[in-house]
Design a protein around this ligand. Structure first.
Ligand SMILES: Cc1cc2nc3c(=O)[nH]c(=O)nc-3n(C[C@H](O)[C@H](O)[C@H](O)COP(=O)(O)OP(=O)(O)OC[C@H]3O[C@@H](n4cnc5c(N)ncnc54)[C@H](O)[C@@H]3O)c2cc1C
Length: 318
């Protein structure tokens, strides 16, 4: 990451930056999204803002001209940023939003930048059961709320009580989980929002049992998924959602003969064929072309139209 910058000392600063008030967080221009996203691809964002705290974020949002495109990034584990990068501003929450606090016997409040794995560990330490599924999800809690992330029978909607968030004008809100209309890998909360914290509730549990469950999840992942690769996790949603007996995207992809399929340095994982992998020098365009080829072949062989779970963002390279 670059050092703290102000509009005056930045190169390539868009003209709207001059209209912003003094901010305490970091403003960065031309940061390559490939440096911060799991796929390790993606062109630069015009401006990335890492707020110092919620008030700093509110001041930024309040002053940001309405015409400037705006996006939010968490840990970047579920996004494919295109090679031309992102125009406008990107908000990225850092360590200032990473705190986890136990609020009662069975509940935690986690800052949106707290990694899921840290939340799982904090819950285990407090003997709170029901959050162990976060052990295997490599994102942050803001991304988990935005995606209704889940695994091994647990989903964010099962444990989310309420969220703190800011709207496009920098106004602060607290909403009950119901208002987000969460369903399988879907968030139905309308309009632009930046989640800043989430209150999560489990049940009283036994620490040793929770730790054993987390260990089992970790082992299962290592056996079944390319967890150390440059990937974005599951590329497509399962057509029947969370139904464990329903149609699985990976089975359809396998039946369409796409396991191991390549476009340049992008490949459908041999180990888990709903994962795409960047072997090193793949571009976002290679990965997206590969994904679209898979969708087309699945449509031809099974008649099912797969939906992207990974969020594709930004512009193709000109
Ligand atoms: C190896 C691997 C395994 C995975 N396994 C799973 C799994 O088992 N289950 C699962 O559900 N997912 C899985 N994923 C996908 C991913 O980890 C989750 O979707 C995760 O919740 C994304 O969080 P993130 O912080 O990385 O969000 P990002 O990828 O940065 O963003 C994802 C979306 O959330 C939005 N967003 C992020 N933060 C905020 C915020 N603070 N406010 C508003 N919007 C925000 C972004 O705008 C974007 O639309 C896996 C990914 C990988 C790489």
């Amino acid at each position: 990451m670059t050092a703290k910058a102000t509009p005056a000392n930045m190169t390539h600063a868009p003209e709207w930056l001059a209209a912003l008030p003094p901010l305490r967080g970091k403003l960065m221009t031309d940061l390559a999204m490939g440096d911060i996203c799991w796929f390790r691809v993606g062109g630069p964002a015009d401006v990335v803002f890492m707020p110092a705290d919620t008030d700093d974020l509110a001041a930024f949002l309040k002053a940001l001209p309405a015409h400037v495109p705006l996006a939010v990034l968490g840990a970047g584990s579920n996004v494919l940023v295109r090679d031309g990068g992102l125009r406008g501003a990107v908000i990225r929450l850092g360590a200032a939003f990473g705190e986890i606090t136990q609020t009662d016997e069975t509940a935690l409040t986690a800052g949106a930048a707290a990694l899921d794995v840290r939340v799982a560990r904090a819950a285990a330490d407090a003997s709170i059961a029901g959050l162990a599924f976060y052990r295997g999800i490599p994102g942050a809690i803001g991304g988990a709320v935005a995606m209704n992330a889940g695994a091994y029978g647990g989903e964010t909607c099962d444990v989310l009580v309420e969220v703190e968030w800011l709207d496009r004008d920098g106004k602060k809100h607290v909403s009950a989980a119901d208002a987000l209309n969460l369903s399988y890998r879907h968030n139905g909360h309308d309009g632009f929002k930046v989640y800043t914290a989430a209150r999560l509730k489990g049940a009283r549990g036994d620490k040793a049992k929770i730790l054993a469950e987390m260990e089992a999840i970790s082992d299962k992942r290592e056996d079944s998924q390319p967890v150390k690769a440059r990937t974005g996790g599951s590329t497509f949603k399962n057509p029947d959602g969370a139904d464990p007996t329903g149609l699985k995207a990976w089975k359809l992809i396998d039946a369409a003969g796409c396991r191991g399929l390549r476009v340049g340095d992008a490949q459908v994982s041999e180990q888990h064929c709903n994962f795409l992998i960047n072997h090193g020098v793949a571009t976002a365009s290679d990965l997206e072309t590969l994904g679209e080829t898979v969708r087309q072949r699945v449509q031809e062989t099974s008649g099912v139209e797969l939906q992207w779970e990974i969020k594709r963002m930004g512009e193709a390279r000109a």
